[in-house]
Design a protein around this ligand. Sequence first.
Ligand code: ADP
Length: 320
Amino acid sequence: MNPTDLKALLPDAIAQRVSSLTIVNRRAIAVVDATGMGERARTDIEQAIKDILSPHEDVDDVRVAMTAERKQLRLIAVGSGKGGVGKSTLTANLAIALTRRGRKVGLVDADIYGPSQPVILGNQGAKPTARDDKLEPVPSKFGVPVLSMGHLVEPGRAIAWRGPMAGNALTQLIDAHWGDAEVLLVDLPPGTGDVQLTMLQKFKPAGAVIVSTPQDLALIDAARAGQLFDQAGVPVIGLVENMSGYACPHCGEVSDPFGRGGVEEAAARLELPFMGRIPLDLKIRQGSDAGAPPAASDDAIAQPFLDIAEKLDAWIGAKS
Ligand code: ADP
């Protein structure tokens, strides 16, 4: 019996995945290219090969080895100069919008002093498990697995963490079992503190998105956050203007509580790409508080997030 005849016993769909098949001392050894296959599909193909080959009279034993080209996990940081500008909201919605475009995305809530992703993604109370000393991300119903301090400690407990503890927490969240995710969006705490520094030193992101409201003060802080990435050699993918223009739900009149267009001007001044603006809209806040992020809906309010995700997707594609 030669290996080619043995391989002919396998159905095409399986044979295509078998990169080599040898027989040594009546032991058949199949090497399977499992690139892109999930845990379940791997188990199934291994079982199928064993079931088909082991009854053969020349085979006493079947071994199946899996190889996979590991896609490099790309980290993209989402930062802001100050809190409350919608950074977490943007990160969650971008992760969902990228997933809708077919990307495999994971989300790290590195805002360890004020984790909000479990609420936004509606998986509050879920606990990540650990395997081989690493965390398993928590699934969300939007196809985005997430790890957040909010899943690990009681609300408010991480507030006093500084320096090494904050850095260690970040390490655990990032150095986890991200499976087949190709992009990890990291929701950073606001400003330029310990977590940002650990991130830059230990897990240099491929790029950073900076979000700001249009006010001058928020913009100055956003520019500072941008500078930090720039100095560390992390490209700023672009600036996003959030809470830009408010349409009154009653009369429809559009007003600009925080001004409008400031971020685009700042981007031009800083020679950074401008990625788009998201209006101040009650539906965004209500959806985020209720674990129903707007980017997952078919409502028009999803569109600004989908548009920004399209730009981010193009950036990721160009870097792959
Ligand atoms: P950050 O992460 O920058 O601290 P969040 O994403 O937590 O900010 O947003 C702060 C609050 O503002 C949340 O209640 C959120 O739902 C709300 N919010 C964010 N963006 C918008 C928007 N475009 N329209 C309405 N509410 C928003």
